[in-house]
Design a protein around this ligand. Structure first.
Ligand SMILES: Nc1ncnc2c1ncn2[C@@H]1O[C@H](COP(=O)(O)OP(=O)(O)OP(=O)(O)O)[C@@H](O)[C@H]1O
Ligand SMILES: [Mg+2]
Length: 604
């Protein structure tokens, strides 16, 4: 089982009573006007259920004792009218409650999503996205379910039972007393079963999340699944997930319904006592039969709502487990607010300084040690070095995806930890190592870089990124959908759209993480030209593996094992004959070998 999903079950905030109170005050109370109408309609419906039971006594006495047909007909018409009124009342309160419910679900989904937008990247790194899918759908629905269950239990079932018990008491107080003795033992049994229900519901939720997780991963990784023929393995994993949930659901069915036999038995005892006593009165004491029949009718009508009331506690408890999964996320303090209360970054030149910065993703595993870098305003600074050396981490810190552990990072002399995240990120255009496109058209995706982008801005950015021509080659042009995660485009096309998205932003700082890696040499050259042109007056930090793309950088930092090994201009570093020179020669040699091979094959 996954512990982090359902922490500390003893947390007082997530006790049943605390959660119900919170749901009612926090989410139900705003709808009090609608609830009032719904309650009134439910009371009316309850009265309409009780009234015919009451009228039965008049009917029996009129038909069998007084034998007055006209009164019987009148009673029939009255009963029919009562049922029609009840029909409208039920329609009214059902629709009202459903509307309140939908608005509660929507509100909870909004809250959860807003919360997610204020969480830091590492918050998502150690969770699976399907966990949030489950919380968003099941959790939000459960909040509505709990409120609805309580309201209908009180409004419909409770009123109905009260109305029918009133009829029973009016018709025969003594008989009522006899039948009601069975209630106390029933209550005792119910209390016993609740705890088990909660633990089963918890496991059901976790298992349900596993199912979604496996399915989502399979779909997202479908190419890997097929290429590695993982079908059988994933099917087995999925089957195991499904089996777990099935088992828990069966257990739930058993436990939750364990009360039924007992309830039926107790009901049987009650009605048997009533029948015997009522028959005795009619036969031996000669009281009119109307009351007796009316009493039995009321009693029978009351058993269904009474049973529902008894089960309420079970259902509430399993729904509350799901509500908790929602509250847990909403309640935890936001790990990364946008900090609109902090002063905004005031960009003048956009010079960047890393001053003795140290950082680790995980405690005890330092990734950057005492790193000092200066990216001069308006210049191109390149970070190169072996894989895993910490280059992308530098950009992560500059974007404040993570906070530096020691040292300071400054933009124009301002410590970025002291300014609002929103203002910092607004000053930055970023093209990451993994391109992500949103569902929608190419135009939408470029326009994400700048909310108020005009058509000509979009086209200009696409041209600069060398994307315009391939976009226009699609029949739908800029309206071409990119598909989920941009899967309907080639890797290089995706990359160029991401570059266009960054270019249109027109920010003073540009961060490129292997931005041209997926392009062929010709497109790469064109994009390099575009980037060179557009980065002229801007501070650029570019990471590149293919070193010829950074030869013209104003300053190159060679980063290895989380530290700057050397820095300088390309020629300077080559002359020095250090790590960069070795790295460069290695690449150059590979390239040379490739060219030799090419020459040989074309000659052969
Ligand atoms: N989210 C993360 N959590 C934990 N460790 C991480 C995380 N991201 C990166 N690392 C680790 O930090 C180190 C530096 O990673 P980084 O991504 O900065 O390398 P890089 O220089 O960009 O490499 P590449 O050239 O392959 O992109 C690596 O050892 C990596 O395993
Ligand atoms: Mg990287």
């Amino acid at each position: 089982m996954n512990d982090r999903m359902l922490p500390d079950s003893a947390d007082a905030r997530y006790g049943a009573v605390a959660m119900i109170r919170r749901l009612m005050l926090d989410q139900g109370l705003v709808h009090w006007r609608k609830y009032t109408i719904a309650f009134a309609l439910m009371a009316l419906a309850a009265a309409c259920t009780a009234l015919p039971a009451y009228l039965v006594s008049d009917f029996v006495n009129e038909a069998y004792l007084n034998r007055r047909f006209s009164t019987v007909v009148m009673l029939g018409v009255a009963t029919m009218a009562v049922f029609i009124v009840k029909g409208f009342a039920v329609y009214g309160h059902t629709v009202i409650l459903a509307r309140i419910g939908n608005s509660i679900v929507a509100e909870n989904q909004r809250r959860l999503f807003a919360k997610l937008l204020n969480e830091r990247i590492s918050f998502f790194a150690d969770r699976h996205s399907s966990e949030f899918a489950a919380r968003l759908s099941t959790g939000a629905a459960a909040a509505n379910q709990v409120l609805n269950q309580i309201v209908t239990a009180i409004g419909r079932d409770f009123f109905t039972v009260v109305g029918l018990v009133a009829v029973m008491v009016i018709q025969s107080p003594m008989m009522s007393l006899v039948t009601l003795v069975v209630f106390p033992p029933a209550m005792l049994v119910f209390r016993h079963l609740i705890r088990r229900i909660r633990s089963i519901a918890k496991r059901q939720f976790t298992g349900g999340t596993r199912i979604i997780e496996t399915m989502q991963e399979t779909i997202q990784g479908v190419a890997v699944v097929k290429a590695f023929t993982l079908e059988d393995r994933l099917q087995r994993r999925f089957d195991a997930n499904v089996r777990d949930v099935e088992r828990e659901s069966n257990k739930m069915a058993r436990v939750a319904n364990r009360s039924s036999p007992l309830m039926e038995a107790l009901g049987g005892i009650a009605i048997a006592l009533g029948i015997v006593y009522g028959g005795y009165r009619t036969i031996v004491l000669n009281t009119p039969p109307g009351e007796f029949i009316s009493f039995i009718t009321a009693f029978l009508l009351a058993t269904q709502p009474a049973k529902r009331l008894a089960r309420l506690n079970f259902e509430l408890n399993s729904a509350l487990v799901n509500v908790r999964t929602l509250f847990e996320i909403v309640d935890a303090p936001a790990t990364e607010p946008l900090e609109d209360d902090k002063p905004p970054l005031a960009v003048t030149e956009a010079g960047i300084d890393f001053d003795h910065v140290a950082f680790s993703y995980r405690p005890g595993e330092p990734v950057l040690h005492d790193l000092t870098i200066a990216a001069e305003a308006g210049k191109m600074t390149a970070l190169v070095g072996p894989s895993g050396g910490g280059k992308s981490t530098v950009l992560n810190l500059l974007l404040r995806f993570y906070e530096a552990g020691a040292g300071t990072i400054r933009v124009d002399g301002q410590d970025i930890a002291g300014v609002s995240r929103r203002s910092l990120r607004r000053a930055i255009s970023y093209v990451g190592q993994n391109v992500f496109l949103f569902r929608g058209s190419i135009r939408d995706n470029i326009a994400f870089g700048k909310p108020d982008a005009r058509e000509q801005d979009i086209v200009a950015a696409a041209r600069a990124a060398n994307a315009h021509d391939f976009i226009m080659a699609f029949p739908a042009g800029y309206d071409t959908p990119v598909g989920e995660h941009g899967l309907q485009l080639s890797g290089g096309q995706r990359q160029r759209i991401a570059i266009a998205r960054a270019l249109i932003r027109n920010a003073p700082i540009i961060l490129l993480d292997e931005a041209t890696a997926a392009l062929d040499s010709e497109s790469e050259r064109q994009v390099q030209d575009a980037i060179a042109h557009l980065t002229q007056a801007r501070t650029t930090v570019a990471i590149a593996h293919r070193l010829h793309t950074v030869i013209h950088a104003d300053r190159i930092y060679f980063i290895e094992n989380g530290a700057v090994v050397e820095s300088g201009h390309h020629h300077e570093l080559l002359r020095r004959g250090g790590r960069y020179a070795a790295f460069y020669r290695m690449q150059f040699k590979n390239q040379e070998l490739a060219e030799q091979a090419l020459a040989m094959s074309s000659a052969g």
